[in-house]
Design a protein. Sequence first.
Length: 258
Amino acid sequence: MTLARVEDRGDRAVVVNMNVDRRGALSPDLYAAIREALALAAQKRIRAVILTAEGGFFCAGGDLNVLIERRTLSELERRAKVDELHDLVRLIRSSPVPVIAAVEGGAAGAGASLALACDLIVAAEGAKFTAAYVKAGLVPDAGLTSALSRLVPRALAMEMCLLARPVTAERMYALGAVNAVVPAGEADASAHALADALAQGPRAAQGSIRKLVADAYETTEADQLDAERNGMAAAAGGPEAAEGIAAFLEKRKPSFGV
């Protein structure tokens, strides 16, 4: 049985986690689907990638049964398995187009990592973000500590990771870590509305913006100023800026095309 699929919807690629019986736990099929969607994103017609799930729960993270099996592996082999997941997070973070997470029910462990690696997050009312690794004697992976350190106060990050206390979508929204909280069952539709809005904008500029913002967390101000200078100089001479500036001066809606 296939546990994930990719839907090519013309101007967006949608990854659907279908591992309903295990509340969207990670699977090789999900890894492959995310890689496929991000490969599609290289095409100029694709304006966004959406990560969503069936069954009312975004992703429960790693399957503990799989982790039990990995106990027989050497530490070097276990590191290689974790690197497979980390490579997936790196792919999401280096996507040429914005990646949107549609979180219903909750995102736990590496599932929370995947959601927080996205550029935009829509969560349903009552959805919870959980880092319960400590309950199993494990530590966070997939960039979760990095994401939490950027998005929430240190005390809350410690509370989530040390005490495994879930944080509601509403609280994450109040902290600015989630873009919108919508009624249960509407996260997917809301994510598509964001993709619709992105599709009307300038693709190249959006790609540059998401890279600038992502890199800003890990670079010096001097290097960031240089990156912004280079980005602005390149954009100002391009067709998107020509259309955008003309539309602004002519008081009309810009048409960026694909």
